[in-house]
Design a protein around this ligand. Structure first.
Ligand code: 13P
Ligand code: SF4
Length: 350
């Protein structure tokens, strides 16, 4: 017999009560409402991992987000804290676009081409193995909220940066700091080639050819449509959107920035938001006094985020209660050690 939603919710509530402070459930802003209602904290990926680390009473961290976030939480938390991902299929298409073997292949070629003048940076949306690689080479992680500061920091260390795995966040951030488009090159991991226009000696930023399959669904055409039909509507997008979209938007910033900007906006203001659907729907519901739409009318879900649903959450919790730790995310110690260097360099500047 299939269980009703009410019964599943009841069971989750009861288990949470029985575990008390020994259990911590972080929920990323892009998670479904059926999951977010049970989150002990909501936030962006880094905030959540940091909260888990500070929450020293929590023995079990059932991470409602995607794989790389659970890895980051495992790296930042103590040994006695176990991190669980309710569905192992909850990956991230962007993180999957940079494989450590591809990075290891690219690095010596780039090092030779640019005579060792490159510092690697990686968006937190990447595997632990890539964070470890970056950590070993003196680099750091970045998030969408601190990318600008981190790129500035990197340019104080070396002449050039190698930005993984999101070409859009890298390009948008570097451009904001005055790097021209023809001073940026793109490394294609499928052809092992560097794509650039003009003079290679001018290249300051090497972008990895990766992107977010959710945010690429917001296009210049969507912006033009809003400008024509709703000229008084403001457009706000995440920096994982393309350079063209970011150039034409009114505001650009991380998940946290988008939430705060709408919160602080006056009643009656009109907004088109370019980010993940679960978050946009929640913002629309929380602000009935404002006119808010998704920049892409078909909305844009992150399918892997959505793999964490109520049945998987319940399954992970019920297994835990029976003493079976399903889907534990445990980063191998040597990788965790190097990756934590990359995270520490970022946290020191935050
Ligand atoms: P933040 O949570 O850091 O804003 O990143 C957005 C995102 O794409 C998460 O996967
Ligand atoms: Fe990855 Fe994009 Fe989904 Fe975030 S929204 S988890 S970057 S695919």
């Amino acid at each position: 017999k299939t269980m009703s939603i009410n019964e599943m919710e009841e069971r989750v509530r009861a288990i949470k009560k029985r575990f008390g402070k020994r259990l911590f459930i972080p929920g990323h802003h892009y998670q479904k409402d059926e999951v977010i209602q049970f989150a002990d904290a909501t936030g962006d990926s880094l905030q959540l991992a940091q909260m888990a680390a500070q929450n020293s009473e929590a023995e079990y961290i059932v991470f409602c987000g995607v794989h790389f976030m659970a890895e980051t939480a495992d790296i930042l938390t103590g040994d006695y804290q176990k991190v669980i991902l309710p569905d192992m299929r909850a990956g991230c298409s962007m993180a999957d676009m940079a494989d450590i073997a591809q990075v290891e292949r690219a690095w010596p070629i780039l090092q030779e081409l640019f005579a060792g003048t490159i510092l690697p940076l990686t968006y937190v949306n990447s595997t632990a193995a890539i964070k470890a690689f970056v950590g070993r080479h003196g680099g750091a992680t970045v998030t969408s909220s601190n990318a600008k500061n981190m790129v500035e920091w990197a340019f104080k260390q070396k002449e050039r940066i190698f930005f993984l795995p999101d070409q859009h966040l890298g390009r948008n951030t570097a451009y904001q700091l005055g790097v021209a488009l023809d001073e940026m090159a793109v490394w294609d991991p499928h052809t092992d080639r560097l794509e650039y226009k003009g003079d290679i000696k001018k290249v300051k930023v090497i972008l990895w050819k990766g992107h977010c399959s959710v945010h690429e669904n917001f296009t210049v055409r969507h912006i033009e449509r809003i400008r024509q039909t709703k000229p008084d509507m403001k457009i706000i997008v995440h920096p994982e959107c393309s350079w063209e979209v970011v150039q034409q938007a009114d505001y650009v910033g991380s998940t946290k920035y988008i939430i705060e900007t709408i919160q602080n906006a006056p009643a009656g203001s009109k907004w088109a938001i370019g980010t993940e659907m679960n978050l946009v729907s929640r913002i629309i519901r929380e602000h009935p006094d404002k006119e808010i739409v998704s920049l892409n009318p078909y909305m844009c879900p992150c399918f892997t985020m959505n793999r964490i649903d109520l049945p998987h959450l319940l399954w992970a919790l019920e297994s835990l209660e029976r003493g079976i730790m399903v889907n534990q995310i445990a980063v191998p110690p040597l990788i965790a050690q190097d990756a934590s260097q990359a995270l520490a360099r970022m946290l020191a500047l935050a």
